[in-house]
Each structure stands twice: as C-alpha cells, then as structure tokens.
Design a protein around this ligand. Structure first.
Ligand code: GLY
Length: 356
C-alpha cells in the first residue's frame, strides 16, 4: 500500500493510494462528537454514495449537494453550503468530507478553510485528475468572473484517500484528461514514469490494474514531495504548472465549456515543449515528449481560437507577476527550467503550432 507523506508548516498528513482506501474513512476521522458533512454532486453520490455511507460505518452524516461544473465553482455556492451547515447544527468540531472531482475537492476544501475560520477536511477524490493533482497539496478555492481560482486559501487536509476502484465508472474522456496530468509529472520529474507511459500506452488506456496503481502512485509521490518542499508555490511547486500557462488561457478563451482541464493542459504542454525546442533548451527529446502527449489523444478541436487572444489572456493569469509571463520549460524528460522574457513572436508561433 503506497502511503506518501506531506509535511507543511501547519499540518503533516498522508496520501494513501490503495484499492479500497475508501474503507479507511471512519478510522481517519478524529474522535469528536462533531457533525460530519459530505460535499459531493448528485452524480457522484448516485454512483458511490452507498460505498461512502458504508465506509462511515454508521456515523451520522449530512450530504451537501453541489451542482458541479466550472461555472458553479463560485463563492455563492460556498455560502449556501455554509448556511446549510449552520442550519444543520455545525460548529467548530464539525468535519467536511470532499467527495468528488477536482471542482468538488477545491470548493469543499475552501468551505472547510473558511467555515468558522477553519474546520478539518478529508479529501476523497473520485476522478483521476483529482486523485493525482487537485486533492493533494491543500490548494482550495473558487472562481471569480475575472478568472479561475482567483479566490481561495491553502487548507491542507487531514488525509487524502485515493482509491483507484472509484475510477471504474469514469468516462474514457475524463480518464484521458487525468492521464495528461500524469504525463506532466513524468516530464517534469520522473523519467521512469514517462517511460512507462510511452511503452505501456495500451495497458494504461485499458486501465490494467497494476499499471493504473503504479502511475497513480508515482504522480501522487511527486505531488507530495513537491508540496512538502514548497507548500506556498514560492519556488519548486511552480514546476507543477508545466503546460498550465497556455492551458489556463485556452480554458478561459473557450469559457470552460469545450475542454476538460487536463485536455487544456495537454495543449499547453505541446506549447511548452515547442517553446523549449525553439529556444534551444531541448532538442532530441522534444519529439518524444510531443509523441507521448499526442498518443493519449485525440484532443477536442480548437476551432476559431487565435494565438493572440491566448497570449493576452496569459498576461492576466494570476501567475503572471508585473506583466511577466513565466513558462515552465523542459530541457529533457524529468527536468524543468522556469524562464521568463520569451519573445512574443516565439510564444505566438508555439501556441499556433500547438493548437492546430
Ligand atoms: N495543481 C498545481 C498545484 O497544486 O500546485
């Protein structure tokens, strides 16, 4: 059973990757008489609510349904869930269980971060993307009209229960979207993970259990190491944004309707590899990286999107400081370099090459 530790100034905790990890839930809840609130969507609850209720082993709990979807990831819904908690008798001894994909884990984490100035949260991600990224590392938040995740807080969970069995109901498209974040982990920090993704594509896509466990565990290990080294994204954690500079701009330009997050990151990784190549940072491995990203496609077409519009959106991304766009680039598989001051023409050409 792979168990990875995250150590931060405020909390140390474990991310447990194991089939059946959900059954560890009741044992993970601290002894207290506080009320338990499960934040989820009706879709996730219909599929897995029975298993979660069994894992609570008779512990009374309230289910707070969230409509799901990026447009609903708004503070108004956090407020509405907080009001429901108060009506249901919540206090500082209450606990939140985030049970869903990345939007649920972010929003429920934010609810827990600010409810009565903070109550504990247990993260139980149900999508591949949330298992390998969103649910680990304590980033929580909601969207503003001006952009994604522009309001939020760091709030580390008590534990992250990562149960690959929950992925059995995940659609092919959602699964592939999560795989792109795993490819990202290979490119930025783990050449062996990248090799597996390259050599075992069929087994990965057919969700062969041993391979599935291996690649999830590898990605979660990387996330835990990086967050432990740099919780607040002052330095090392920035490497997790490989592919996200252009990816976030594509999501915003398509109004979060056309692509899943992981798909936008895939386009963004193509652009980052292209910039790495054109600037001479990398050479021979660029093709290999492009080929592996492309082999997990196809990606939805981006008709009518202009590179210039994406470039100007990047200037407004929250990671852009004083008008300087920083790119996470890669000299070779397993390594990164953060670079700013890339000429606009290089960025525009790379985006154009990536999205066509
Ligand atoms: N998803 C990137 C991070 O957690 O830093």
């Amino acid at each position: 059973m792979p168990v990875f530790r995250v150590e931060t100034a405020n909390r140390n905790y474990e991310a447990i990757v194991e089939r059946g990890a959900l059954r560890k839930l009741q044992g993970s809840i601290p002894d207290s008489n506080g009320a338990t609130f499960v934040v989820t969507t009706r879709e996730v609850w219909a599929l897995h609510g029975g298993a979660l209720a069994r894992a609570l082993d008779g512990r009374p709990h309230h289910v707070l349904y969230f409509a799901g979807g990026e447009p609903n990831k708004r503070v108004a819904h956090v407020e509405s869930m907080a009001e429901q908690m108060v009506e249901l008798g919540a206090d500082r001894s209450s606990i939140v269980i985030a049970f869903g994909g990345g939007i649920v884990t972010d929003l429920a984490g934010f609810l827990a971060a600010i409810f009565m100035r903070g109550v504990p949260v247990i993260q139980i991600p149900t999508t591949l993307l949330a298992q390998v990224d969103a649910a680990v590392g304590g980033k929580t938040g909601a969207n503003l009209r001006g952009g994604k995740n522009l309001i939020g807080a760091f709030h580390q969970p008590l534990v992250v229960l990562i149960d690959p069995d929950l992925l059995a109901t995940l659609s092919e498209r959602e699964y592939r979207a999560g795989l792109y974040e795993i490819i990202k982990c290979g490119i930025i920090r783990d050449a062996e993970l990248f090799r597996i993704l390259s050599a075992e594509r069929e087994a990965v896509l057919s969700r062969r259990p041993d391979i599935e466990e291996t690649i999830i565990a590898a990605a979660v290990r990387i996330k835990c190491e990086v967050v432990t080294a740099d919780e607040r994204e002052g330095d090392l954690r920035r490497i997790l944004n490989f592919g996200h500079t252009v990816g976030h701009a594509i999501e915003a330009e398509t109004k979060y309707e056309t692509l899943l997050h992981g798909e936008a990151v895939a386009y963004g990784m193509h652009a980052a590899v292209e910039i790495s190549k054109v600037t001479g940072l990398t050479d021979t491995e660029a093709k290999q990286m492009r080929d592996v990203i492309a082999s997990y496609g196809p990606l939805p077409q981006l008709n009518g999107i202009r590179a210039g519009s994406l470039a100007s959106l990047m200037l407004h991304d929250k990671k852009t400081v004083k008008g300087k766009v920083h790119f996470v680039l890669t000299p070779r598989v397993g390594e990164t370099k953060i670079v700013s001051g890339i000429p606009e023409s290089v960025i525009l050409d790379a985006i154009e090459a990536a999205i066509r």
